[in-house]
Design a protein around this ligand. Structure first.
Ligand code: ATP
Ligand code: MG
Length: 236
């Protein structure tokens, strides 16, 4: 049984035409699945639909065997889904500790112990727990975003461009942190602009173009696909 299955998703932002025109995907337990595609393809929209932040006009979403199509974002969080947005994914005016605390909203009584487990896993956050999030480096901020998503102890983690804006070294470290979480049993669905690097660590990948699935395959196979390399490297 798939951990997450999205079928025939049609969604948009009202007025104009739909952005997603029947996109779909699945994530099996233990997988890292990456969505790639050109700017404006609807990748972020797809993650937001799955997270329950953008309503879908058509489609079906099954999470861990439960049809959550009509559940709201909190309902989906309770069903085991956590989402790290592409932008504004930490509260800059709050400390690291406060960011973790508010992210434990589903079970406030467990928040303290979960934050301690996160400090043990990410010493960089422990060292900065009283620092305002806006004073963190880009890499530290993305680790905080990741840690905030972990505060609900999800079964599946949705990450929208976790490596965006990071130096190559910081991006590598972030990918290593994602692989590490995945090895400890967490399924990951991410969108990445660093397509080839992301596919290299992914079980499977999807290419989304203009709101529709355009290709699908094993991560490393997609990373070697000449058409994909042309799209993302402009040649080679
Ligand atoms: N809140 C919104 N209101 C109206 N239109 C939106 C909104 N958010 C996104 N869009 C539009 O939906 C389309 C898809 O946007 P989306 O952010 O999903 O693309 P993306 O594939 O994530 O792109 P990128 O690679 O640039 O992050 C774009 O045309 C965008 O302008
Ligand atoms: Mg996006």
């Amino acid at each position: 049984m798939s951990l997450l299955e999205a079928q025939g998703i049609v969604a948009g932002y009202g007025a104009a035409e739909q952005i997603l025109k029947g996109a779909g995907l699945r994530v099996e337990p233990g997988e890292i699945v990456t969505i790639i595609g050109p700017n404006g393809a609807g990748k972020s929209t797809l993650l937001k639909v799955v997270a329950g932040l953008v309503p879908m006009a058509e489609g079906r979403l099954v999470l861990d065997g439960r049809d959550v199509s009509s559940a709201d974002a909190i309902g989906r969080a309770r069903a085991g889904l956590a989402f790290m947005p592409q932008e504004r994914n930490v509260f800059g005016a709050m400390t690291v500790a406060e960011n973790l605390d508010v992210s434990g909203f589903l079970e406030p009584k467990a928040a303290k112990a979960r934050a301690e487990a996160i400090y043990a896993r990410y010493p960089v956050l422990a060292a900065k727990r009283r620092a305002l999030a806006r004073t963190l480096s880009g890499g530290q901020r993305q680790i905080l975003g990741l840690a905030m998503a972990l505060m609900t102890e999800p079964k599946i983690l949705l990450l929208d461009e976790p490596s965006a804006g990071l130096s190559p070294k910081a991006a590598d470290e972030l990918f290593a942190a994602i692989v590490d979480l995945n090895r400890s049993g967490l399924a990951v669905l991410m969108v990445e602009q660093h397509a080839l690097e992301a596919l290299a660590i992914s079980t499977r990948g999807y290419l989304l173009v203009a709101g529709r699935n355009a290709a699908e395959g094993r991560g490393p196979d997609l990373a070697e696909d000449p058409e994909i390399r042309r799209l993302f490297l402009g040649g080679a």
